[in-house]
Design a protein around this ligand. Structure first.
Ligand SMILES: [Mg+2]
Length: 431
């Protein structure tokens, strides 16, 4: 019995019980030591209570922890240091409309992350990752800025942008056209991913300004764009990495290539089936900004290009889409979460539940509901979703903001009520 009460598992569970409740449980175990066995009693609870009590385990020793990653382990306060606990569940966050809006942090966001880092009444730290459809910068650049705004270190190892999984395409294609983002940023991202030969719409306009007669490169764009003879270049794939800053020119060039023979500018396929494949980093139709109404996003550009292609060829355009709610990104998110939990927290088993917090029903909630029952969708009211409307994809719960989402998770995982515990104990005695 002594062993049972001092075992790590029971000690961890005990942190969720009040002293009074713990004393009562111990005395009951002592009083009924003949039958049933203490071990059986400790775990012969209702499924709901059992799940909650299993939801946290002691942090394993971090002896194998990568030194460079240790900075991302939240520091326990002196009160917590004696008994650090790590949730066996995890969270994943969308960013725009959840933690940020138009480049500014949502005011409660840093507090929400602090709670997950251990500043909570349950003395628990919870692994989390970020899954944004946004992009246009390297993961390192985004994390540096995001860490400052969230007032907590965020690692590229816990961060997925829309174009992050597209890095795998570097193995498949040689010369690619990368579209979207500011200036040369997306070319730099693609080159950092390891793509061998990255061209931009600016390169094509520098080669021949008549491709888009109403678009003139600025001096800086002209200086940064790379001249080559595109009548001799085969572009093997078109990758839309981030939101286009110039729909007219970008659409023209994308359609020129889709209708071309083997991705060579100036050629036209007779079948319209010889152009390079088209990939989008995500297909969010709208997104939330500081303007009252949502703005058209990359998904709307894709709809526009598909409509133009159909009007021109009378054929349907096939587009490969990454980002939420698509499976490639779900698979990537699961892998990233598994690596993060193992590297930082020493957990090798799957999380019991992954709570996904998002603001867009068509993207976030569909993503969380679609592939795995262990994911639990939470919709916040600080972004695309408007209170009073019926979300197209129904979340498990709707809360005001990300802080309320975190409180909901912690309460759901750890909030065992005194009355419930007593009732269950009494029921067990009747067995
Ligand atoms: Mg969002």
């Amino acid at each position: 019995m002594t062993d049972l009460l001092l075992s790590p598992t029971v000690s961890a569970q005990d942190t969720f019980l009040s002293r009074r409740r713990r004393d009562r449980a111990a005395s009951r175990i002592r009083a009924t030591s003949a039958s049933p066995s203490p071990a059986r009693r400790a775990f012969s609870m209702s499924p709901a209570s059992h799940r909650r009590r299993r939801s946290s385990i002691l942090a394993e020793p971090g002896s194998e922890m990568n030194e460079t990653l240790s900075q991302y382990l939240p520091r326990p306060t002196p009160k917590q240091a004696a008994e650090p606990i790590v949730g066996s569940y995890a969270l994943a966050f969308d960013i725009d409309g959840v933690l940020m809006r138009s480049g500014d942090p949502i005011p409660v966001a840093p507090e929400a992350l602090r709670m997950l880092n251990g500043d909570n009444e349950y003395n628990v730290r919870v692994p989390y990752i970020f899954v944004t459809n946004g992009g246009g910068k390297t993961e390192e650049q985004r994390c540096k800025e995001f860490s400052e705004k969230m007032e907590t270190p965020v690692s590229p190892n816990q961060f997925i942008q829309g174009h992050t999984p597209m890095r795998e395409l570097r193995k498949k294609y040689g010369t690619v056209l990368v579209v979207g983002g500011i200036g040369e940023a997306c070319r730099q991202v693609a080159e950092q991913y390891g793509f061998a030969d990255v061209v931009t719409p600016g390169d094509i306009l520098k080669w021949n300004p008549n491709v888009c007669p109403f678009r003139t490169l600025t001096d800086e764009e002209h200086k940064n764009s790379r001249y080559r003879d595109f009548s001799q270049v085969k572009i093997e794939a078109i990758l839309v990495f981030a939101d286009s800053r110039d729909w007219a020119a970008d659409q023209q060039i994308i359609l020129d290539l889709l209708l071309s023979k083997d991705g060579v500018m100036g050629t036209v396929s007779e079948t319209y089936e010889e152009g390079p494949p088209l990939y989008f980093a995500h297909n969010d139709f709208v997104w939330a900004t500081n303007y009252d109404q949502s703005r058209y996003g990359m998904g709307a550009l894709q709809v526009s290009i598909s409509a133009l292609y159909k009007a021109h060829t009378n054929k349907e355009l096939f587009v490969t889409k990454y980002g939420k709610p698509n499976y490639e990104t779900f698979k990537y998110a699961n892998n990233l979460l598994a690596e993060w939990r193992e590297k930082i927290f020493g957990h090798k088993s799957d999380p019991t539940t992954v709570y996904f917090v998002g603001d867009t029903p068509e993207s976030d909630i569909q993503f969380a509901n679609k592939f795995d029952d262990s994911w639990h969708s939470i919709l916040v009211k600080t972004g695309v979703y408007q209170e009073g409307t019926v979300p197209k994809h129904k979340p498990k719960v709707i809360v005001d903001n990300v802080l309320e989402a975190v409180k909901y998770v912690l309460e759901r995982e750890h909030g065992v009520h005194e009355e419930e515990y007593i009732l269950e104990e009494d029921e067990e005695e009747l067995d």
